[in-house]
Design a binder for this molecule. Structure first.
Ligand SMILES: *Cc1c(COP(=O)(O)O)cnc(C)c1O
Length: 355
């Protein structure tokens, strides 16, 4: 059996690469699809729930899928530097792949609104990190202008190679299930990922329409930053789920297309619902994702409670867990009970653990 060499090698025939493309890879992709059996029981769900755990990518989020291709193509085109705006994970990923490619990486982050794990990655990988006194949307406008005027390759998800790389996750799900899921629940921020999945599923459908019927795309924004649901850009987006704290998604239109073509929805969940799902995934299934990722399960729980699945039996649902929980240790620690203090004494320890 050939060793896994990353998604460009695996999906070469469906990606815009040639033998001349230098492959900049960290063996991203090939992430686990985990059956959430405990949750199915707990929620009394008449179907199957799977987590696509994208936190298992090399830098801890799905952004690596797009970045391997975007940076490989940038190097192929002779670029010496990439630039991105980021709520965190894009910068961590861009910094890692740039380090591997030996090119410069410039990152604009919204000041004070980035999880500690993500910032430490960008810094460790040697990116030029600039904190802009503005939100993500303002930072994105700046990098668009900079990449137009200077020799800097933009690696945000408006870079079409990002979408091409990210679509491979849909192929992996189809391969793991032997078919498409009936529903896919996922977070929506800048909306590149829902766009990418939908493209992937449509390609699978085209290759074999019996085996890969189109799933319904169920996207979830955080209530405090839900421009697509509310129908207008949000000037001051707020949410604990910093990865989807975006008021004016770049791929707004294609997210709506994914929703409408698939007969799905784009809806919102509150920070309370997100945190509840975040804790549930960790405690019930042993999977630690970051808060934004949990909006997928929060959305599913909301729809189960609303009776959306009342007359539907035996469905297969996939929830995308976009990033790893260790990215944002502050949110985890501040939402958990602190350790009990005990003396270094066996009796006291046994009394404390309620054996
Ligand atoms: C980037 C990101 C999102 C949002 O993805 P979009 O493509 O911007 O919609 C969600 N969760 C995590 C962990 C992310 O890093």
């Amino acid at each position: 059996m050939a060793a896994y060499k990353g998604l460009i090698e695996k999906y070469r025939n469906i990606l815009p690469v040639t033998e001349k493309t230098p492959v900049i890879s960290l063996n991203e992709g090939n992430t686990p699809l985990i059956a959430a059996k405990n949750l199915v029981k707990k929620l009394g769900f008449k179907g199957e729930i799977y987590f696509k755990f994208e936190g298992m990518n090399p830098t801890g989020s799905f952004k690596d899928r797009g970045m391997t291709l975007a940076v490989s193509k940038a190097v192929e085109e002779g670029s010496k530097a990439v630039i991105c705006a980021s709520t965190g994970n894009t910068s961590a990923s861009a910094a890692a792949y740039s380090a591997r490619a030996g090119i410069k990486c410039v990152v604009l982050i919204p000041e004070g609104k980035i999880a500690l794990g993500k910032l430490s990655q960008a810094v460790m990988h040697g990116a030029e990190v600039l904190a802009v006194d503005g939100n993500f949307d303002e930072a994105l406008n700046l990098v668009k202008e900079l990449s137009n005027k200077y020799p800097l390759t933009l690696v945000n998800s408006i870079n079409p190679f990002r979408i091409e790389g990210q679509k491979t996750a849909a192929y992996e799900i189809c391969e793991a299930l032997g078919r498409t899921p009936d529903y896919q629940f996922m977070p929506v921020g800048n909306a590149g990922n829902i766009t990418a999945y939908w493209k992937g599923y449509k390609e699978c459908y085209t290759s074999d329409s019996d085996r890969y019927p189109l799933p319904k795309m169920m996207g979830f924004q955080a209530a405090g930053s839900a421009p697509i649901v509310d129908g207008h850009p949000i000037t001051k987006p707020e949410t604990i789920a910093t990865a989807i704290r975006i008021g004016n998604p770049a791929s707004w239109k294609s997210a709506e297309e994914a929703r409408d073509e698939s007969g799905g929805v784009i809806d919102k969940v509150t920070d309370e619902e997100i945190l509840e799902a975040y804790k549930l995934i960790a405690a019930c299934e042993g999977v630690f994702c970051e808060p934004a990722s949990a909006s997928s399960l929060a959305g599913l729980i909301k729809y189960i409670k609303q009776g959306y699945f009342k007359n539907i039996k035996k469905v297969k649902v996939v929830c995308i867990l976009t990033g790893h929980g260790l990215k944002d240790p502050d949110t985890a620690v501040s939402n958990a009970v602190s350790p009990k203090k005990v003396k270094a004494d066996i009796k006291e320890i046994i009394a404390a653990i309620n054996l």
